[in-house]
Design a protein around this ligand. Structure first.
Ligand code: SF4
Ligand code: SF4
Length: 93
């Protein structure tokens, strides 16, 4: 996976006050996005446990999907998935 160099990232800042984190669209910071392979996923939920943003939730079918409004594209879910069911893909591809 190819990540942009830090010099190539756009400048940005988040102004926070206590308790307002849920109002921030932190998904805008993302340069790659987790993509789920439903054929490999065993619905164990480990990706949700490890996600540092707590933005992965179970859907009606039992699959665990990230809320891309908050997902920062860190890739931890892809690393921790025991079935390699999550691949990180460059944003916009
Ligand atoms: S950790 Fe992997 S196998 Fe388990 S629910 Fe998440 S994507 Fe599916
Ligand atoms: S890429 Fe990071 S922030 Fe996004 S769902 Fe996976 S663990 Fe959570």
């Amino acid at each position: 996976m190819q990540y942009p160099a830090w010099e190539d990232l756009e400048l940005g800042a988040a102004i926070t006050t206590p308790g307002n984190a849920s109002n921030l669209k932190t998904g805008d910071w993302r340069s790659s996005v987790p993509v789920l392979d439903e054929d490999k996923c065993v619905k164990c939920g480990l990706c949700a446990v490890y996600c540092p943003e707590f933005c992965i939730a179970e859907d009606e079918e039992g699959f665990y999907r990230p809320d891309l409004y908050y997902c920062k594209g860190c890739g931890i879910c892809a690393v921790e998935c025991p079935k390699e069911a999550i691949k990180m893909q460059r944003e916009g591809e």
